[in-house]
Structures are given as C-alpha cells and as structure tokens.
Unconditional design. Structure first.
Length: 290
C-alpha cells in the first residue's frame, strides 16, 4: 500500500531551488510530498495523482472493468461539435488532455475507467480535476472513492473547462474516473490536470466555472449560482421533475441516491444502470453469484 505524506520544512529564504521536481519551495518554506512504500508492496506504480497527461497517464491505470480506454489528445477531437477546443493546461495548443472517443463502435452506456492505486491519507487532502463536457450526446462523468460516488455530472455542459474538487479524509482511498458514452458520437468527454493537494479544498470561485446550467455571481469569499429554467441545486446541477411538486432529481431514484448496492451507478437523462462488482448481479447489484 502507498501512503501519501506531506512534510513542511523551514529553510532560509536565500536557499536555492531543489532539483527534484516533486519539491516545491518559496518564501522560506518547502513542501515535500513523500510516497511511503509499506513492506511487502511490490507494485512500482505509485498512486501519485497529479497528471496533466503530457507524457501518459501518470499514476492512473486503465481498469479492465471498462468497455474501452481513455485516450490522450491535443487540440480538437476528431468528431465535430464535441470535445474541447484545446486542453486546460496553459500554454495551450501544444498540450494534452485525456478524453473518451464516442464514435463507432462505442454504444450507449459503454464506459472507460481510470483507477488509482489504494493510498492512505494521514490527514485531510483535496482531490481535484478539470473536465470538459461539450456535445449534445455527452453521457456522464463519474468519480468514485471505492464504490462511493463522490461526483456525477450528466450531459452537455458546453465547451468550458470546469473544476471538480472533493475532500478526502484520513484513511484508505481508491479513486476511479469514469467516462460514460451517451446516445451518439457527439459525446467526447475530456479531463485534465488531476491533482491531490495537502489540506481541505479551497472555497469554490467563479473561475472554477461551477454553475453547470446557469451563471455565477461572486463576491469575496462567497459565490452563488443563478440557475437556468428546469435546474436547481447549489451549482445548478440537478434537473427538476415537473409534475412531482417540482422535486429536484436528487429526491427521486437517481445515481445521487447511490442505489447500486455492490457496484456503481451510471445515470442518463432517461434512466440509470448499475455496473456490478465481480461476484454480484441484479438490477441493483443486490445478489451474490457465489
């Protein structure tokens, strides 16, 4: 197992920059991120999650549970009217991101999954990434911690890079990033700049583009989203179901209720589906096969 440990050291402000790229410094303080290998762990791929996808997938690996794999790309994706125009990492035009290619032979609800190794957090840390969900046929972006759904974004969000941040507490974690193919080929979902940072996640700002179906109003230390018609929630990311007392989607059966007992949930505008862990079956992964 790999443990992610943060150490801060005071150094003279006149100190020079260390040669190790994993050591940051400035203003008399350096922060070192150590990967502690426990005895008996022979896996050479550490769960170090910072990745701009410039030279590969870093500490992320493709899961065999997926129907296909994430790809790296720079510039536009091959299909028209979907995918990002460019990557998120500046300077642009020569940088890479990861995306799912939604064209044939992919089918609706096919998914690609990137996974981290299991890692241990001594204290609080923040996991974040940027995503682009541009295209009329976008499926969904799902982030799991173990089998727990910690983020689920469904449908077209426009050609904008948006930030997702989630706090990770003390203990073991295993993260998965899942891209789900929507109805047709204009569903090239992209991600970039995954990062894990010491301490709790900073407060969301309008620069993070948090308002999924609406616009952001920001004041120092506080933001609010003004939602488009038909949407609700803090970040305008829940659909209203009219005729049910305008209940937000989270109050009926959706992936936000985590209905898959031994697996994870894929949400679409029409329905949801459960992907069961090995050894389980059923509409809600409720039945053991052994």
């Amino acid at each position: 197992m790999t443990s992610l440990v943060f150490i801060r050291l005071l150094v003279p402000e006149t100190g020079h920059s260390p040669s190790n790229p994993e050591v940051g410094y400035g203003y008399g303080i350096i922060t070192i991120w150590l990967l502690r290998q426990d005895l008996g762990d022979d896996d050479d791929n550490p769960a170090y999650l910072d990745c701009a996808f410039e030279k590969g997938f870093c500490g992320w690996t493709h899961s065999n549970l997926g129907d296909f794999k994430w790809k790296r790309n720079k510039g536009k994706t091959p299909s028209s009217k979907t995918g990002p125009s460019d990557d998120h990492t500046p300077p642009k035009h020569a940088r890479y991101y990861a995306y799912i290619e939604a064209s044939h032979p992919r089918q609706e609800l096919d998914f690609a999954m990137l996974r981290s190794r299991t890692f241990y957090v001594e204290d609080k840390c923040c996991f974040s990434l940027w995503y682009n969900a541009h295209g009329r046929d976008i499926g969904s972006l799902i982030i799991l911690d173990g089998n727990t759904n910690i983020a689920n974004y469904l449908g077209n969000r426009g050609n904008v890079w948006r930030k997702v941040s989630r706090n990770l507490g003390h203990g073991n974690h295993k993260l998965s990033i899942i891209g789900v193919r929507g109805k047709d080929y204009r569903g090239d979902l992209a991600i970039d700049d995954t990062e894990i940072a010491e301490g709790p996640c900073p407060k969301t700002s309008c620069a993070d583009q948090p308002c999924v179906h609406g616009f952001c109003i920001g004041t120092p230390g506080k933001i609010s989203c003004v939602c488009n018609s038909g949407y609700t929630g803090e970040f305008c990311n829940q659909r209203k179901i009219f005729g049910l007392q305008d209940q937000p989607l989270a109050q009926v059966v959706t992936c936000q209720n985590n209905p898959c007992q031994n697996g994870f949930c894929i949400d679409t505008p029409e329905r949801l589906a459960c992907v069961c862990n090995p050894g389980f079956t059923g509409d809600r992964c409720e039945t053991a096969t052994g």
